[in-house]
Write a protein that binds this ligand. Structure first.
Ligand code: ATP
Ligand code: MG
Length: 351
């Protein structure tokens, strides 16, 4: 059945990398209807808001949404509600995409690339499942308030319900079944009540519904240390919004370039997923054809896997990216001189 993919190129290199996503969709001959809409700064300029109601409606009606990147210095000075990033938060909330999947996978072809001037961990393959729409980033009450003694106090609230914990844990367990079956759940149950509930509920769900999963628990500070000390001990890491933000960034740097890392945000089964490279709009290289489109193309692979249910096609896309890199086509961020379009062409050719 024909699937619908909504492309939101966004700002900066977003439009350059999504153009290469189109190239891959064409090369695959996928049975997909492509739609496109303005998003982020581009939408602020044209429509006065970072995302219009029409675009949100298109996203909710699509099978998958693939975003390039949003933001840039041009729109940085505005109040939060009228910034490009506010459009992204609005879309995540509207789509209720509560599970953020961020694979941290090292490409064999890059592991010894001294040209990157960075140490990589060959063979690393971790899947982060980060809770995306709850926890301290969203908890109410929040704000900055005046105290009776004249001091000001900044306030955020950290809370999770059993329902919020169980739905994201289920996503992690389902994913782990297709991997090594090992899940490490990360929180601070020694000092935080929501962390204690997190640990109990994750364990309970495992005992009830996933006896085949090997579940361990780890405190977040220890996890930060273990990721540097012995990163290959992990397979799937399940954690909350705040810890997931930091730990997945930490792990990303063990694998290579920002230009290689995709992500997916998933909600209830049958609802559209939101896919995006983890990099930003990269204003320093925008418009120069230097951006690596691999992260966006690998995000397409995740959309094909999780929203279209076509595992084999997803693997084909992933192998093609690897083949192109092994074949020596590399953008500057991974130690080469290829342009965005040349990288996209090489990946299309490898398909
Ligand atoms: P944001 O706040 O939007 O996440 P950021 O400050 O994290 O943005 P990025 O836009 O991700 O920054 O860029 C960080 C650095 O990585 C920049 O030097 C940029 O040029 C580089 N970079 C990001 N994405 C790519 C890419 N796809 N290809 C090559 N270089 C990239
Ligand atoms: Mg960033």
């Amino acid at each position: 059945m024909t699937k619908t993919l909504l492309l939101l190129p966004g700002d900066g290199i977003g439009s350059e990398v999504t153009a290469e996503v189109r190239r891959i969709v064409d090369a695959l001959g996928l049975d997909v209807t492509l739609q496109e809409a303005r998003f982020g700064g581009a939408a602020i300029d044209a429509d006065g808001v970072p995302v219009t109601d029409e675009t949100v409606a298109l996203a909710l009606a699509a099978d998958a949404v693939l975003m390039g990147a949003v933001g840039g210095p041009k729109w940085a000075g505005q109040s939060f509600d009228t910034r490009p990033e506010a459009g992204l938060l609005r879309l995540r909330e509207a789509m209720n995409v509560y599970a953020n999947l961020r694979p941290a996978r090292c490409f064999a072809a890059l592991a010894d690339a001294s040209s990157l001037k960075r140490e990589l961990v060959e063979g690393l393959d971790i899947m982060f499942v980060r809770e995306l729409v709850g926890g301290v980033y969203f908890g109410k009450p929040r704000g900055i308030e005046m105290l009776a003694n004249g001091e000001r106090r900044g306030l955020n609230s950290h809370h999770y319900t059993t329902g919020q914990i169980r739905r994201v844990a289920r996503t992690a367990f389902e994913l782990a079944k297709g991997r090594t079956g090992r899940v490490c759940s990360v929180e601070k149950s020694n000092v935080m009540e929501a962390g204690l509930l997190w640990r109990e509920e994750v364990q309970r769900l495992r005992d009830e519904d996933y006896p085949e999963i090997e579940l361990t628990h780890m405190l977040a500070d220890n996890c930060a240390m273990q990721l540097v000390r012995q990163p290959k001990q992990f397979d799937t890491i399940l954690t909350d919004n705040l810890f997931g933000d930091m730990l997945s960034d930490e792990a990303a740097m063990l694998t290579g370039s920002l230009g290689l890392l995709p992500s997916a945000a998933l909600g209830e089964a049958g609802r559209p997923g939101l896919y995006e490279p983890i990099h930003g709009s990269a204003p320093d290289i925008a418009g120069q054809g230097l951006a690596n489109p691999s992260a966006a193309i690998l995000s397409l692979a995740m959309a094909v896997r999780h929203s279209f249910g076509e595992e084999r096609t997803a693997e084909r896309i992933e192998r093609a990216v690897e083949t192109a890199i092994e074949g020596g086509t590399r953008t500057r961020d991974i130690g080469g001189g290829a342009s965005t379009a040349e990288m996209g062409q090489a990946i299309a050719a490898a398909l």
